[in-house]
Write a protein that binds this ligand. Sequence first.
Ligand code: WQD
Length: 334
Amino acid sequence: MSQRILVTGGTGYIGSNTAVELLSAGHEVEILDNLYNSKIEVLDEIEQITGKKPKFHQVDLLDEAGVTRVFKEGNFDAVIHFAGYKAVGESVDKPLEYYENNVTGTLHLLKAMRETGVKKIIFSSSATVYGVQESPEYVETMQTGGHLSNPYGRTKYFIEEILKDYSVADPEFQVCLLRYFNPVGAHPAGLLGDDPNGIPNNLMPFIMRVANGHLPELKIFGDDYPTEDGTCRRDYIHVVDLAKGHMAALDHLKPGVSIYNLGSGKPTSVKEIVTAFERARGEELPKSIAPRRSGDLPEFWANPAKAKAELNWQTELDIDDVMRDTLAYIAKHA
Ligand code: WQD
């Protein structure tokens, strides 16, 4: 049954790919974004893929009146909330801006939802909320919020706690917390790739910038970790699989708080990622070993069993699919 969905951060990497899946499933989509870390041209790419261009609101979540106005006009059934600053390193240098933008912005969003009777929200959370755990395989029952290494991760944790508290205050409220691992890849049309404004933070955007000549070489942050090849291992998930996880979450929303890991369940090392990219490209990537990056954990990955059991969702695309789609994106956005 078609629903009216507001996607905050919907011109961003994961938000735009989720908007495509929502539109393709027949839902009506509107996007709220301040374009701080995305480009308005993404709306055209969404239209190229789906034939539909979502109504766009260039609104900052810190503009409480503006957010409320969008909701008063929108008649939304649900919200998928992606909007937020997400650079781990930057959050250490700018904690006040991260707490204001991510946490206060979310409070404005929730107050606008309350004022207009919107009772369903899917929140873009992160594996970061697990902090340091005994086991590198994360399950949803693990304690969160301990030993978080940066303000960014703490904003995600605080927002999860705010949503839990609000669902107690309003028993009709339906919350799904989706904890992403490492989103990578692009839409197979070679569109909607991970292309942040400014200097990237994550591995794949760096690889893309080196491949298209915008950066001289890839620096591998440490090869002396206690892993098989000495580089860190992460659970990389194709962004289209991740977007489909949001569709599954939307279809299973219910009162209270549901929490799911969205990951493949299979860790891949930095060297394996680089090798897979070089194999797909048919050419070596300029690279060198650099010192470890502070805050990096040697390895962690998702136990995705709960999403499989309750959402009937699991990843279907693999690292080679990621590299194929990433190269298609680079070819269209050189
Ligand atoms: C992956 C691996 C780096 C860049 C972060 C956030 C997390 C989530 C995903 C939002 C690490 C190595 C990286 C480079 C490298 N984001 N690397 N050279 O740190 O696992 O997770 O992004 O929710 O919250 O913490 O991802 O892509 O930054 O790093 O060697 O130029 O690649 O050291 O081992 P990370 P990442």
